[in-house]
Design a protein around this ligand. Structure first.
Ligand code: NAP
Ligand code: ZN
Ligand code: ZN
Length: 348
C-alpha cells in the first residue's frame, strides 16, 4: 500500500480536514503520479455536503488533477517516470458496454468509476480524489499534459474544460451560432473561451453585473444581467444554444424563452433540487432541453491538445489547501475568478 496524505470529509456535515489513507500499489497497468495542483469544482462542494445523495464517506474530493509521474507498472507503455500527467472525473469504466466501446466512458451503462465518491470496478473499493499528495490510476484513464501550458492553470481543464468542450463539440457550436453561457463561474468561463475559439458569438447571462468587464476580457461579445427584465426581454428568441452552468435552482422556462426555433438548452450545471418545466416552453419553438456529462477519455485528450495548440488555460486563483473552506464560501456566493486551484505543496 502507498501511504497518502489528503483532506477528507468524514461525514456529510463535517467539512474537510487532514486525513491519511492508503492507495493501492502500482499494478502492471497503473501510473502513479504525485499531485502538484488540483482544481476546486463546485461538484466537490455538492458532494461533500451530501447534496446529490448516495455519498461515500470518508470522501477525499478533487477531480482536476495534474502532476508528475513517479512510478509506472511493468505493462505501461504510454507514460514514463518524469512525464506530466492528469486525471479528471473518471478513473475506470466497464470498457465493454456500448457507450464504453464508443469512447463515451462517461455514459458507461454498467457504471463507471469516478475519481472520488465512487467504487472501483470491483464494486467495493472506494476511490479517493485529488485533494491529496499522490494518486494511482490505470494508464487508460491518465491524460497527457503539455509542458507548454502553465500547469496550475491546466488543472481545471480536466473537468471545467472538458465539461464545456464536449457539448459544444457534440452540438457543433461554431461560426454563425449565437451561444449563451449561463452562469460565469469555473465552467462558464471555459464555456466562453471554447465558444469564442470555435467561432460562435458568445453572450454571458449572469446574476453578477460586476463580472461584465471580466466576461469581455475572456472574449464574450455581449453580457446580460439576468435579474434585469428589460435586458432579458431584449434577448427573447435570440440564441441557438444556451450552455447552462448554474449550480443552484433556477427557472429553466425563463431561459428557454431566449432560444430561437430549434434552439437547444444544454444543462451541465447540476442543481440538487428538481425544477418545474412546462411543455409550453418547448412546444412553440420546437426547442430541446438536454444534458451533458464531462467527456470521454479520448475527447478529454483531444481537448487538452486543442488547448495546448491554442494556448487556452483557466483563469485561476491559487490557494493553500488550508484555505479550502473560505474558497468554498466564496464559490457559494458566485465569487470565483474563475477557478480556485489548490497548490498541493501546501499539503504538509
Ligand atoms: P461555480 O464556479 O460555482 O459557477 C457557478 C455559477 O453559477 C456562479 O458563478 C454563478 O454565476 C451562477 N449561479 C450560482 N448560483 C446561482 C443562482 N442561484 N442563480 C443563477 N445563477 C447562479 O461552479 P462550477 O464549478 O462552474 O460548476 C457549475 C455546476 O456544474 C455545478 O452544479 C457542478 O456540479 C456542475 N458540473 C457538472 C458537470 C457535468 O459533467 N455536467 C461537470 C462539472 C460540474 P453568475 O455570478 O455569473 O451568475
Ligand atoms: Zn468537476
Ligand atoms: Zn461501460
Amino acid at each position: 500500500m502507498i501511504a497518502t496524505k489528503g483532506y477528507a470529509a468524514q461525514t456529510k456535515d463535517s467539512g474537510l480536514a487532514p486525513w491519511n489513507f492508503d492507495r493501492r500499489e502500482v499494478g502492471p497497468h497503473d501510473v502513479q503520479f504525485d499531485i502538484t495542483y488540483c482544481g476546486v469544482c463546485h461538484s466537490d462542494l455538492h458532494q461533500i455536503n451530501g447534496e446529490w445523495g448516495g455519498e461515500i464517506f470518508p470522501m477525499v474530493p478533487g477531480h482536476e488533477i495534474v502532476g508528475r509521474v513517479v512510478a509506472v507498472g511493468s505493462e505501461v507503455t504510454r507514460f514514463k517516470v518524469g512525464d506530466l500527467a492528469g486525471t479528471g472525473c473518471m478513473v475506470d469504466s466497464c470498457r465493454n458496454c456500448e457507450s464504453c466501446q464508443k469512447g463515451l466512458e462517461q455514459y458507461c451503462l454498467n457504471g463507471n468509476t469516478l475519481t472520488y465518491n465512487s467504487l472501483e470496478q470491483d464494486h467495493k473499493t472506494p476511490t479517493y480524489g485529488g485533494y491529496s499528495n499522490t494518486i494511482v490510476v490505470n494508464e487508460d484513464f491518465v491524460l497527457h499534459i503539455s509542458e507548454k501550458l502553465d500547469l496550475a492553470a491546466t488543472a481545471p481543464l480536466l473537468c471545467a474544460g472538458i465539461t464545456t468542450y464536449s457539448p459544444l463539440r457534440h452540438w457543433k457550436v461554431g461560426k454563425g451560432h449565437k451561444l449563451a453561457v449561463l452562469g460565469l463561474g469555473g465552467l462558464g468561463h471555459m464555456g466562453i473561451k471554447f465558444g469564442v475559439a470555435f467561432g460562435a458569438e458568445v453572450t454571458v447571462l449572469s446574476t453578477s453585473p460586476k463580472k461584465e468587464e471580466d466576461a469581455r476580457k475572456l472574449g464574450a461579445h455581449n453580457f446580460i444581467v439576468t435579474s434585469d427584465p428589460a435586458q432579458l426581454k431584449s434577448a427573447m428568441g435570440y440564441f441557438d444554444f444556451i450552455l447552462d452552468t448554474v449550480s443552484a435552482e433556477h427557472d429553466y422556462n425563463q431561459y428557454l424563452a431566449l432560444l430561437k426555433t430549434d434552439g437547444v438548452h444544454i444543462c451541465v450545471g447540476a442543481p440538487p433540487t428538481p425544477s418545474a418545466l412546462t411543455a409550453f416552453s418547448l412546444i412553440p419553438g420546437r426547442k430541446s432541453i438536454a444534458g451533458s456529462n464531462i467527456g470521454g477519455i479520448a475527447e478529454t485528450q483531444e481537448m487538452l491538445d486543442f488547448c495546448a495548440e491554442n494556448n487556452i488555460v483557466s483563469d485561476i486563483e491559487l490557494i493553500d489547501i488550508k484555505d479550502i473552506h473560505p474558497a468554498y464560501e466564496r464559490m457559494l456566493k458566485g465569487d470565483v475568478r474563475y477557478r480556485f486551484v489548490i497548490d498541493m505543496a501546501t499539503l504538509k
